[in-house]
Write a protein that binds this ligand. Sequence first.
Ligand SMILES: Cc1cc2nc3c(=O)[nH]c(=O)nc-3n(C[C@H](O)[C@H](O)[C@H](O)COP(=O)(O)OP(=O)(O)OC[C@H]3O[C@@H](n4cnc5c(N)ncnc54)[C@H](O)[C@@H]3O)c2cc1C
Length: 421
Amino acid sequence: MPGISRRTLMRGGGALLGGGVLLPSAACSRLGAPRRDVVVVGAGITGLSAARNLVDHGFSVVVLEARDRIGGQLHTDHSFTSVPVELGAGLIHGRDAYTWELVEESGAETVRVRGGSGSGTRIDTDSPPLDVEDAAAYLRRTGVPESDWPPVSIDNEPLDRWSATWMHRHDLFDWWAASRANYRVVDGYDRLLEPLADGLDLSLSTPVREVRRIRSGVELAAGPDGEEVFRADHCVMALPLGVLKAEDVHFDPPLPTSHRDAIRALDTTDALKLVYEFDRPVFPDGPDALDWEPGADFVFWRISSGESEVVVAWASGPSARDLLAREEGERFAIGLAALSDALGEDLPDPVARTTHDWAADRYSRGAYLYVPPGAHDAPAALASPVDGVLHFAGEPTTGENTVEGGYANGYDLTDQLIAQL
Ligand SMILES: Cc1cc2nc3c(=O)[nH]c(=O)nc-3n(C[C@H](O)[C@H](O)[C@H](O)COP(=O)(O)OP(=O)(O)OC[C@H]3O[C@@H](n4cnc5c(N)ncnc54)[C@H](O)[C@@H]3O)c2cc1C
């Protein structure tokens, strides 16, 4: 998964006002009215980073989150087994990820995943792609042998669904091909959210229904029946693309054509994790991830905790869609049979298993984003503020589908906003 935003982050804030002191929201509201400087919609990594930066600079902020938890696609299940299980994001990609700052701040423990880290084949992409060319057609036209193609489809959609211009513009051919160490957070990825969420004014179980742009800023109707009203000078919309595409949030007046076209042009992939716990180790000694065979439906890796072993079967793109069209029990059976094949041995019955259907999840409506042919300018179009008050954020505006990308974007976007306010 790519990292394209490479701005230096200013963490720790407090430079403008208040030295990072968290003000209770009532104290920040004007004349007692429930009005903030900024309302942030969505408490995933992007929304939390945006809110953290604003609050650390002394602005009054409320974060509205539809679920009864924070984190969005960063979703650690602590109830399952002897180890925390990541139902969404599981890995920190590379030692240079910005999110190491959060590892340090939270004191979380990480471990390097041995094996499963890219193909290592560099691709010569000197000649520019045609505007609406897909990435597979581009590689074919420029004579890159299929054996050297980056393994994008392991994590995402096949290359013929990707914009070659986007991949070329953001060096993604190399990003995916690069050999890079991945890390997981032993005590749960959600530990990284703690320093971001600390002291924020968070309103959970508060789905936003409507965003009205009014003369003095924005007015949002939220809550189960849209009965709660929040007012602010600015609104940061840190929602997943699938939710925007489904038009779950109504905009009044409607979004400009440029923004509606951008939402239509981008797409989300499907991704599915099937997680099994065995009461004894089932992987052979050695790497934590089995080598992926081109064309195989799954990638497998393990999380060991001494006596028991937790194995993740990962499917994405067409393989994930095929599984998601089946009953959950059948998905687990197919994943287990494929694991047994890959290990070349019969397996004991798992003592526990879990999964999460991100496509059916109404606050996600798909897994992460990819940029189809012809859509290479859509993220920038969506990132352009609407009437100076409504600011879209996260994957749909960066095309970057990582925790690190959301973290960087939350800070980048609000650095710009802070400079204006
Ligand atoms: C299966 C899977 C595996 C992944 N693996 C990795 C990985 O290993 N490493 C990595 O770096 N990244 C990974 N990712 C990607 C990463 O999780 C995302 O890029 C990142 O978490 C997106 O953060 P976000 O805050 O932009 O969006 P989200 O996390 O989607 O947050 C958006 C928030 O908006 C809320 N919301 C939705 N509708 C409303 C509404 N109407 N009103 C209010 N709130 C609303 C949602 O509940 C959610 O909390 C993975 C993603 C998935 C799905």
